[in-house]
Design a protein around this ligand. Structure first.
Ligand SMILES: Cc1cc2nc3c(=O)[nH]c(=O)nc-3n(C[C@H](O)[C@H](O)[C@H](O)COP(=O)(O)O)c2cc1C
Length: 260
């Protein structure tokens, strides 16, 4: 990442909740982050993608053929993948994939708003991950290392229940560990991966969960504070990178800073 790019910044903001903005907790929290970030980076690139309203198509056999062919050729730079397509279906798959991939590669910061659905990520997000993760796409052709090694990732998750220590559902959160594992496996540095979680969001609607409302309110307040703190943290981070200091203030890999 050049100093100029760091100073200017670029944010790719994805939301995956099926719920509308006035109801969705994850959408509310990502909007809070995006507003703060954009205020601090008025000249920066900002790209928004709503994976629920504008779903990414699931993969087809043509995508799999093209991907396996690319893998057999070693690490194929993204610019050369189109030349590997052998028929119209493969070309169509690549036309769907390349713009999504370019958005990821162009972003200094990825912001993802992710609800927990059935203990894990919504299918809309998984469809996006499956598509952008074309073989070799996150390999920097100049270095052979990860193209995401400087990318900041802010994961905002919302759970209807509680999954922390002592909760009846402790151990059943397959959302945050999955996304944390996915991004670190793709080369995002642990100190660049930030997770904010609001828990027990269903306590407000479900009468039987009413006793959890104080804890839910606490979780929400802590999530909002964590999001605001992250705007400041990443701003300082970008300023350091622009100065050439390259220091990271990230206390990455943090887990939800509030009770379950
Ligand atoms: C299809 C669906 C499945 C859900 N599954 C779970 C679940 O397994 N565990 C949970 O704690 N909450 C679950 N919830 C509740 C959501 O995680 C919760 O409402 C969360 O706030 C959703 O994020 P949002 O407010 O950004 O839409 C589910 C909600 C829906 C719509």
């Amino acid at each position: 990442m050049t100093s100029e790019r760091a100073a200017r910044g670029s944010l790719l903001h994805l939301d995956a909740s099926a719920a509308a903005a006035d109801v969705s907790v994850s959408r509310g929290l990502t909007a809070l982050f995006a507003a703060g970030w954009r205020e601090r980076h008025p000249d920066a690139h900002y790209r928004y993608r709503d994976l629920a309203a504008d779903p990414v198509p699931h993969l087809t056999a043509a995508y799999a053929r093209l991907g396996y062919r690319a893998e057999r050729g070693g690490t194929v730079p993204v610019e050369r993948v189109a030349s590997l397509a052998r028929d119209a279906d493969e070309q169509a798959e690549w036309r769907l994939t390349l713009p999504l991939l370019r958005e990821v590669l162009a972003a200094d910061t990825l912001l993802l708003g992710v609800p927990m659905y059935n203990l894990t990520a919504p299918a809309t997000l998984k469809a996006w991950i499956d598509r952008v993760n074309f073989p070799g796409a996150f390999t920097d052709p100049r270095t052979g290392g990860s193209a995401l090694r400087h990318t900041r990732v802010v994961l905002v998750t919302a759970h209807g229940g509680g999954y922390g220590p002592g909760a009846p559902k402790e151990g059943l959160d397959f959302l945050t560990p999955y996304l944390r594992g996915y991004f670190t496996d793709r080369g995002v540095a642990a100190e660049h991966l930030h997770v904010v979680t609001a828990e027990m969001t269903r306590a407000w609607d479900i009468p039987g969960l009413a006793p959890l409302r104080p804890a839910a309110a606490e979780s929400m307040a802590a999530a909002r504070a964590a999001v605001t703190a992250l705007v400041n943290l990443l701003d300082a981070d970008a300023a350091d990178a622009a100065d050439g200091a390259g220091a990271s203030h990230g206390a990455g890999g943090r887990s939800a800073p509030y009770p379950a």
